[in-house]
Design a protein. Sequence first.
Length: 491
Amino acid sequence: MKILFFQPMLKLFYKRVTCPLGLMSIASYLNANGHNAVICERFFTDKTPEEIITENNPDIIGISIVANQYLQDSIEISEAAKKLGIPVVWGGPMASEIPEEALRSGVVDYISFNEGEETWLEMANALKEGKSFDDIKGLGYIKDGAFVETEKRPFIDLKKLPPLDWELIDPPKYFQQYYQSQKMLYMYRSKGCIGRCTFCYNPKYHCSTFRTRNEEYVFDEIEYLINKYGMDGVNFSDDLLFKTEQEAIDFSNEVLRRGLKFYWGGGLRVGIIKNTETFALMHKAGCRWFLIGVETGSPKVQKEIKKYFPADKIKETFEMCHNNGITVIASFMVGLPGETADDLRETVELAKGLKSTVLGFQHFTPIPGTEIFDKLVEEGKYKPLKTLEEHANTFFGEKFSFNVSEVSDKELKVIKNYFQMRALLFKSEFKDDTDKHLFAKIAKNAFIALSGHGILHFVKSFFFGLNDFLSAVGVILHPKIRKKYNLYFFK
Ligand code: B12
Ligand code: SF4
């Protein structure tokens, strides 16, 4: 069967194009089982969805939806498919969270929940044999006006999946400058995370499990991409790159044994790696960055969100990274439920004391299906969106649209902007081992990546950057808030 997968475009404008790993995995699996699956990256083509579909003449279409921002384009693609009478299946985290809204919109025929590989193979085989999809596990659809969800599909054994076929995409198109790498690609070695954080998609989407791919394939793919395309960096998109310290040691030793020269990093939890020697080994093997979600400095809020790490453990992990030349990108959230000014002061103090760090502050937005979301709905503090159109018009995390904390919007914004300003001002806090100002480097790289896609993107990215800069500078206009939270630059 011919299957056409779409990676939709972001609504506002391109922020960063990463390889569509989920679609690549499904397409590789289908092709290894005798089907003909191709991937269309919407951002790389000027053709309309109708033109692309007509050109490919598929039997069925699949669209991957990560978050709200992809919905508008996904609706457009689906409408074109409907006009041409081709069935449409949506998948990915966001599609799994709003199945009924999506199906009732009339533009989607099926929702494929969670992992797509086996569901797709069964769908493609059923199509070939002229059978219906009604009994295929892991699907949602509308029948006689009612929403039907078939039996839940158990997780697949990732080790049984074939290697990713990197020729399904054009890897150089996805190269990014990132830290020390000039040609960095996204890859993955595991899925899920053991955490039970109440705001995260993981407990529901991956049931707090952690599974790894066939490590041999991961290394073979890295070797292939280095040799064929000159890839020199990998950002592992895993939620949790290593579940144990031993995994990190084995991984690093294998990189060194194979003599692979590339920089790498990914997501990590505080407390997994306890010894500075392991960070030193990882650095020797090319590790240069880790993304760590700290979220808050308040033990009270930590308990609430079920992500509890004592401040000294957090500082210890950051210090070990710093001492071994590994930059930590620390992610915080402001505006969490019940968060008070005292809680935020603790967050500010913790963030200011962390070493070798890029600090990212995001406004909290509840993801449907998470524990925190259900609680907020139950308490009447959050009104769930009802239609697909409403979801498509909601900005996830980017714009400040929702505040369930005890603190005003303005204060949250000033705190967020203060850390942005700090990043601009203090090179010493934001440098990697090339001794460049990391923030300036990131900003420059983002600008190059964004504007490299035409004049419209150039203008948009210029104004986007300017807006960010002005917001950061705007912090000085709020002396009272700065005093309240100790947001000073030079003391
Ligand atoms: C890379 C990435 C991105 C990339 C884009 C990815 C892409 N190609 O679309 C970028 C950087 C642009 C991005 C952006 C955002 N992202 Co993001 N992203 C990821 C990340 C780190 C990796 C995705 C990945 O490649 N996974 C590996 C592959 C193998 O798994 P997968 O994608 O889940 O695919 C499997 C299944 O989902 C399913 N599937 C996937 N697609 C399809 C399609 C069909 C048709 C079917 C049937 C099945 C199916 O089958 C696949 C194979 O098993 C994930 C976290 C994670 N570890 O997954 C977050 C994640 C998906 N992102 C998330 C979020 C919130 C965002 C942002 C909204 C963040 C923000 N605040 O701005 C933005 C949105 C856009 C924007 N404004 O920038 C959340 C989604 C939460 C949710 N909805 O439940 C995640 C889960 C991170 C998290 N822990 O919260 N993201
Ligand atoms: S540690 Fe991170 S990835 Fe794991 S459940 Fe918590 S927030 Fe999600």
